[in-house]
Design a protein around this ligand. Structure first.
Ligand SMILES: NC(=O)c1ccc[n+]([C@@H]2O[C@H](COP(=O)([O-])OP(=O)(O)OC[C@H]3O[C@@H](n4cnc5c(N)ncnc54)[C@H](O)[C@@H]3O)[C@@H](O)[C@H]2O)c1
Length: 331
């Protein structure tokens, strides 16, 4: 009974591998390492390869006795997806479908998928619930919604009915409490690592995209979820499937919104340094305010965020301060 974690050498996958190991599960990681790091895979076997390699996926399932899959492997940069849409459709959707074909042949029937709050686009009201309309505003978001739909179709397959939980993450951030793994700013455009870079790299200035939104301080509002809370949500999703739970789509957020300026203020307080920044134009497709209604996750999975923004900023600052060169550049 092994869990196959695709993309387990990436940011969220690596934290989840550790949470799975703590829950007593056997884990095997499949990752190309194109955007992940060997060093981030702790206490689990890493197989370097592509989820689209059907022979390899079949061999792993057979050799390791895979009974469930957590699927992180994907490209995640919204801007890049608009410039290179085919690359995103191929890797995020076509490769996933290839893998799903093998999993059904191999009778693997439990699947947890990394979806995204990006599927909602600009929500009509806040907090956003799972039954709100989906209106993807990027190719990236389209690919996430396409896989959710694909999983809906696979759950109807009568030979091997694949049950799945699609977790619509809000904004993952922070680092592990023991300071071993974090989010390298060289491979992420997300706000928290970029704020950390502005604090620690004297040649870098943060750009804030718009300060004239109709929010209390004019900057965009998001729901920041600690990566270790997010990791636990995957363990809970597997527990749910293992106890017979049906296919589910579920928000994973804290339920409260934080503005860009609030993130900066707290980072300045914790680091006792100034964040150098400049105000840039709004970015097309950036919603004003997005935060989750997280009640379904609590009801169905028994999951609720346990950490808040202070733990996110403190852990991220500690990891970046002690790993100024990230993973790749050696510390
Ligand atoms: N980071 C966030 O805030 C966030 C929010 C919503 C959804 N997500 C989704 O969560 C997942 C994980 O995100 P992350 O932040 O850890 O990203 P990441 O880029 O750090 O990790 C993705 C990993 O997948 C690997 N990979 C990519 N394509 C592969 C393939 N075809 N075969 C095998 N390995 C492959 C990469 O090498 C990388 O290690 C992604 O699917 C992403 O879209 C992330």
């Amino acid at each position: 009974m092994t869990v196959l974690v695709t993309g387990g050498a990436g940011y969220i996958g690596a934290h989840t591998v550790r949470a799975l190991r703590s829950s007593g599960r056997k884990v095997v990681v499949l990752d190309t390492l194109e955007r992940g790091n060997r060093e981030a895979v702790i206490d689990a076997e890493l197989i370097v390869g592509d989820v689209a390699d059907q022979g390899l996926v079949a061999k792993i399932c057979g050799d390791k006795g895979v009974s469930s899959v957590i699927h992180f492997a994907a490209y995640k940069a919204v801007g890049e997806s608009m410039l290179e849409p085919e690359k995103y459709w191929n890797n995020n959707v076509a490769s996933t479908e290839k893998m799903l074909d093998v999993l059904t042949e191999q009778r693997v029937d439990k699947f947890v998928f990394s979806s995204s709050a990006a599927v909602y686009g600009t929500p009509l009201s806040m907090p956003v619930t799972e039954s709100d309309p989906t209106k993807p505003e990027s190719v990236y978001a389209e690919t996430k919604l396409a896989v959710e739909k694909l999983l809906g179709a696979f759950s109807q397959n009568t030979d091997c009915r694949l049950r799945s939980v699609s977790l619509r993450y809000f904004n993952a951030a922070g680092a592990s409490k023991d300071n071993r793994i974090g989010e390298d700013w060289s491979s992420s455009q997300n706000l928290v690592p970029q704020v950390m870079r502005a604090l620690l790299d004297k040649d870098f200035k943060l750009e804030i995209f718009g300060n004239d939104y109709p929010t209390p301080d004019g900057t965009g509002v998001r729901d920041y979820i600690h990566v270790e809370d997010l990791a636990v949500a995957h363990v809970k999703a597997l527990d749910y499937l293992e106890s017979g739970g049906e296919t589910l789509v579920c928000n994973i957020g804290t339920g409260s919104g934080t503005s860009v300026m609030q993130v900066i203020d707290l980072a300045e307080k914790i680091s006792r340094k100034k964040v150098p920044y400049r105000i840039a134009a709004r970015r097309a497709g950036d919603p004003i305010s997005v935060f989750a209604d997280a009640r379904l996750a609590e009801k169905k999975l028994g999951w609720k965020a346990a950490r808040g923004l202070p733990e996110i900023i403190e852990s991220a600052y500690e990891w970046h301060r002690t790993h100024p060169n990230g993973y790749r550049r050696g510390n």
